[in-house]
Design a protein around this ligand. Structure first.
Ligand code: SF4
Ligand code: SF4
Length: 219
């Protein structure tokens, strides 16, 4: 046989019906649950913005692509529950590497990422997303821009709610919710199966107060 052995694998594969490719763009392959895509700025369940303009996300960003400016909340019409809110918020997607460090740094889970990765631009201006594009709509959903290719489910789960629920490896905190509710979604359930297949029983809160607090309604 000699050199004919080289044809053996392709000939065998031709007889198999298992398809490993999908006809993109008509169909997309399933993406990982924790995929990092296009960002959103979230709101609390009552519609208030979560961003407090602290600039921690901008400080931690390795690509220096976030620009934030905070401002005092108007007394009569506060935008966020705190003293300050994100007055200006911009992300330059010509620089962003989707590392998710901004999401990890945010103290209020204001900035999170969807699973959308199919978006391209024909101008630099379009590549710089401002608060108008990043802030979720009145139902808590990401705004769909003309150059973005959204598919069902890509705006269903953002990454912040899936933070580890056992800080410092303490199994007693596994499955314990330590994040606030979101407009349109409420309080998201923790991801199961980090250690066990079944959810762990709710741990008793400790009195010294150094663990994560249970959800208090967001703010
Ligand atoms: S995902 Fe990473 S690179 Fe992109 S804005 Fe956030 S911190 Fe910066
Ligand atoms: S998104 Fe989070 S980290 Fe960034 S300015 Fe707003 S509150 Fe601070």
């Amino acid at each position: 046989m000699g050199y004919l052995d080289g044809f053996k694998i392709p000939i065998l594969q031709m007889g198999r019906r298992q398809r490993v490719t999908v006809p993109y763009p008509e169909q997309k392959a399933p993406v990982a649950l924790r995929r990092h895509g296009r960002h959103v700025l979230n709101k609390y369940e009552d519609g208030m913005e979560k961003c407090i303009g602290c600039e921690l996300c901008a400080g931690v960003c390795p690509a220096r692509c976030i620009y934030v400016r905070g401002a005092d909340n108007p007394v009569d019409e506060p935008v966020s529950p705190g003293e300050r809110y994100g007055f200006i918020y911009e992300i330059n997607y010509l620089r962003c590497i989707h590392c998710d460090l901004c999401v990890e740094a945010c103290p209020t889970e204001a900035i999170t990422e969807t699973k959308l990765f199919e978006f391209s631009f024909t101008s630099r201006q379009d590549a710089i997303y401002t608060k108008d594009e990043l802030l979720v709509d009145d139902e808590g959903r990401p705004r769909h821009l003309p150059w973005e290719d959204w598919r069902p489910g890509e705006d269903e789960h953002t990454s912040a709610w899936m933070r580890a629920t056992a800080p410092a490896g303490n199994a007693a905190f596994e499955g314990r919710v330590a994040w606030s509710g979101e407009l349109g979604y409420g309080v998201r359930e923790p991801e199961l199966g980090q250690e066990h297949e079944d959810p762990a029983p709710e741990p008793e809160p400790e009195s010294h107060g150094d663990g994560p607090d249970a959800h208090d309604g967001g703010h």
